[in-house]
Design a protein around this ligand. Sequence first.
Ligand SMILES: Cc1cn([C@H]2C[C@H](O)[C@@H](COP(=O)(O)OP(=O)(O)OP(=O)(O)O)O2)c(=O)[nH]c1=O
Length: 196
Amino acid sequence: MSFPPIYLASASPRRRELLDQIHVAHEVLRVPAPAGEDEPVLENESPADYVCRTAREKALRARDWIRQESLPPRPVLAADTTVILDGDILGKPADAQHARDMLRRLSDSVHEVRTAIVLDWRGRLDEDLSITRVRFRALSDAEIDAYCASGEPLGKAGAYGIQGMAAIFVAHISGSYTGVMGLPLFETHRLLRANL
Ligand SMILES: Cc1cn([C@H]2C[C@H](O)[C@@H](COP(=O)(O)OP(=O)(O)OP(=O)(O)O)O2)c(=O)[nH]c1=O
């Protein structure tokens, strides 16, 4: 099934590769980041609400950008991935120490990865959410240090990449592997199929 070309409103190379994997023609839209803190959590906002709101805001910023730059109108896909542990949101680590702290918390426990996807087309926002439970085996401090030194944790929610070296930390997953990577392909295809 083929779709009209879409805009992928994302700077994430993983999302681009994942869309390529299912042969969805797309152009990456580089929307300038808003001023201020990167993806802040609002007061009293639940992790579940946070991930959906953030994805929606990415789509809406892309909508404004298309208008501002007079780009040809096309459907816009945006996504947000968040790691949740004991009700806390683990975003992208600020530095290696932050990454180390996150990985220590993830060690020997189960967390959730939520990826919200949003499609903006003809003035309508449609969305879907993928929820995956991930169990990490126990990680030694030496292993965490070596992983942080590799640089892989930076730029990734929860300070790990399941598609990279962190694959050896993952004892079990229940849900969507591609959702953990940043773009749940089953849900993405279903969203496009239902709306394009
Ligand atoms: C948990 C996990 C996250 N990630 C990545 C996916 C996302 O790129 C990133 C979470 O940050 P996001 O804020 O979802 O996305 P982003 O800032 O990278 O890109 P954009 O907002 O422009 O779309 O973490 C992995 O690559 N592998 C993993 O196993």
